[in-house]
Design a protein around this ligand. Structure first.
Ligand code: NAD
Ligand code: UGA
Length: 475
């Protein structure tokens, strides 16, 4: 049968659901798109007249919401009604690592997926295409199918419901989500039903070259998403492990990245050493992959991928240790300025941000932190650090407290160190001489992103440590 998609429902108005549906709405003005969520506050923020209050910060997102919201893009808390009206339903809910029960610490918690499937089963009408957008363990489509049909078996209109399940994983990266959605490297669609695959492809070909739309079987598609993230994370752990060798030997990680990345087989992207990867997905997806490997008895494969996470944890703690050691082995009562709290630049997302661990450790050591981030608000930092913000007065008379500052030049007054954790562009062109002059001597910059220009820093009176840069230079 031929599907005509006129009405889409997306379950989950988060970092994937919001931006991905906004871009579909922009490119498919004839289709009505309803993004629904059980988080009422999130929906209210998506509907806020002031676009600065959208729940997600992504460059380019505000403009699309401004153009499409209320026309063919709607945000609603009415999950059931919008399921009932949809011909195509995207499931974009969270799939975090389980924290308790079987598989805790590794397996994905699929309770939100199951809940969505049950709601769809109950409220969908007629023939509906179900699209897995969330990242899922391989074979989840089979579970979803069972739930969809088992619940509707009890319903009086069971014969009127037919579901076509597709896997269409999302590859956007935060901070460049709109760019990635506008111009993806590929769109992956896994499925069994040719017409359903065609219906989904027909959406994407409105703005994406046909050649970029790859179709596979369901399991290849589900697995490819986990493997893509595992490969990307593995690259970061590889380059981070090399950053430690550079520091020990006098090599320079930027030069090594450039030299190895010039080989087309290796490629130049994703070779920036840093404080360790963060974000909601790399760690959880590798943990999930490890769980799947163990389930199939592939223990050696599981061990291999576990090392990617081990190196990442090691990188985060080794940086913390370097900071404490350089500050004469103690940060107790010292003022430390943290530049950047999000897990990468151009997002307000802090999930698994290395900054969380580094800040917590430094506070345990007694350091007083003044945190600056252009997009993360203080309430998020309070949640992440599990500690209330102190007042600026308290900071000077206590240990292990934190305060969020809106002004970097005020923050650095009498500080012992500036610790650069996120690569926000605005940090590059700060007046570093002015900063150095207001700090207590001897003062330090710890550049965990290799962001600053060493020529500028070397001309001012400050100690400078940067990731992957050995000081044992010369023969
Ligand atoms: P998120 O937590 O930002 O958003 C998920 C939303 O789903 C939440 O707002 C939650 O309230 C809502 N939700 C959960 N259950 C619901 C239900 N039954 N009905 C209605 N709403 C419900 O998560 P995210 O970052 O958007 O990630 C979603 C999925 O996409 C995950 O599987 C993730 O691995 C994957 N993914 C994320 C990214 C990313 O950059 N964040 C990129 C690619 C893939
Ligand atoms: C990542 C993938 O890049 C996306 O393709 C995928 O869709 C997404 O995960 C997901 O499934 O959630 P994201 O986590 O948003 O996207 O951002 P990345 O750009 O991949 O950065 C992840 C972490 O690695 C960040 O902490 C970043 O600072 C770090 N990183 C990245 C480095 O340390 N060095 C690099 O060279 C690149």
């Amino acid at each position: 049968m031929v599907f005509e998609v006129k009405n889409i429902c997306c379950i989950g108005a988060g970092y994937v659901g919001g931006p991905s549906m906004a871009v579909i709405a922009k490119n498919c003005p004839d289709i009505q798109i309803n993004v629904v969520d059980i988080n009422i506050e999130r929906i209210e923020r998506w509907n806020d007249k002031n676009l600065k209050n959208l729940p997600i910060y992504e460059p380019g997102l505000e403009e699309i919401v401004k153009k499409c919201r209320g026309k063919n893009l709607h945000f609603s808390k009415n999950v059931n009604l919008n399921i009932a009206n949809a011909d195509m339903i995207f499931i974009s809910v969270n799939t975090p690592t389980k924290t308790k029960g079987l598989g805790a610490g590794f397996a994905s918690d699929l309770k939100w997926i199951e809940k969505s499937a049950r709601e769809i089963s109950k409220y969908a009408k007629g023939k509906t295409i179900i699209v897995e957008k969330s990242t899922l363990p391989v074979k989840t489509a089979s579970t979803i199918k069972k739930i969809l049909y088992s619940t509707s078996e009890n319903s009086s209109d069971k014969n009127e419901k037919t579901f076509y399940i597709l896997s269409n994983p999302e590859f956007l990266a935060e901070g460049s989500a709109i760019k990635d959605l506008d111009n993806p490297d590929r769109v992956l669609i896994g499925g069994e039903d040719e017409e359903a695959i065609k219906a989904l492809s027909n959406l994407y070909i409105k703005w994406i070259d046909k050649e970029k739309i790859l179709t596979t079987n369901l399991w290849s598609s589900e697995l490819s998403k986990l493997i893509s993230n595992a490969f990307l994370a593995q690259r970061i752990s590889s380059i981070n492990s090399v950053s430690a060798i550079c520091e020990a030997t006098g090599a320079d990680i930027k030069e090594v990245s450039m030299a190895i990345g010039s080989d087309k087989r290796i490629g130049k992207f994703f070779l920036n050493a840093g404080p360790g990867f963060g974000g909601s997905c790399f760690k959880k997806d590798i943990l999930n992959l490890i769980y799947i490997c163990k389930h199939y008895g592939l223990d050696k494969v599981a061990d291999y991928w576990e090392q990617v996470i081990n190196i990442n944890s090691w990188q985060i703690s080794r940086i913390t240790q370097i900071i404490v050691e350089k500050l004469f082995g103690t940060v107790s009562g010292k003022r430390l300025v943290i530049l950047g709290f999000s897990f990468k630049a151009n997002t307000n997302d802090t999930r698994e941000s290395p900054a969380i661990y580094i800040c917590q450790k430094l506070m345990i050591e007694g350091g007083n932190l003044i945190i600056y981030d252009p997009k993360v608000d203080y309430s998020q930092i309070e949640n992440d650090l599990n500690k209330k913000m102190a007042s600026i007065e308290e900071i000077d008379h206590s240990e292990g407290e934190w305060y969020k500052s809106k002004n970097i030049y005020n923050a650095v007054q009498d500080a012992d160190a500036v610790i650069l954790l996120t690569e926000w562009d605005q940090f590059i062109n700060l007046d570093w001489e002015r900063i150095s002059n207001s700090m207590r001597k001897p003062s330090w910059i710890f550049d965990t992103r290799y962001l600053l220009d060493p020529r500028i820093i070397s001309s001012i009176n400050i100690n400078y440590w940067r990731i992957g840069y050995g000081d044992k230079r010369g023969i």
